[in-house]
Design a protein. Structure first.
Length: 91
């Protein structure tokens, strides 16, 4: 398995991405394949400032949004914004 490692995050090759999603999410893994998942990332989170991580999200056509003025605990730091983003995504 080809894995790019950054901190605690793992970035898989496209070949192994589906396999990992199946393992981590069980029978509901298909939501990732159908773009029914949205990654919300804080603007100042280390992940959003790591170009390879963002490139992998783009490369695998995964939906994501950078949340301004937030670090890692975005649901606490920008609660109203996160609720709005989730509601917009679910509509």
């Amino acid at each position: 398995m080809r894995v790019l490692r950054w901190g605690m995050a793992l970035f898989l090759s496209e070949k192994n991405c589906k396999k990992l999603l199946r393992k981590l999410t069980g029978p509901n893994y298909s939501v990732f394949e159908q773009n029914k998942a949205l990654f919300l990332i804080g603007e100042y989170d280390r992940l959003s400032n790591y170009a390879k991580a963002i490139a992998k999200l783009d490369e695998n056509k995964l939906l994501y949004k950078i949340i301004r003025d937030a670090v890692h605990t975005i649901n606490h730091e920008q609660a109203e914004m996160i609720n709005k983003e989730i509601m917009n995504f679910l509509e």
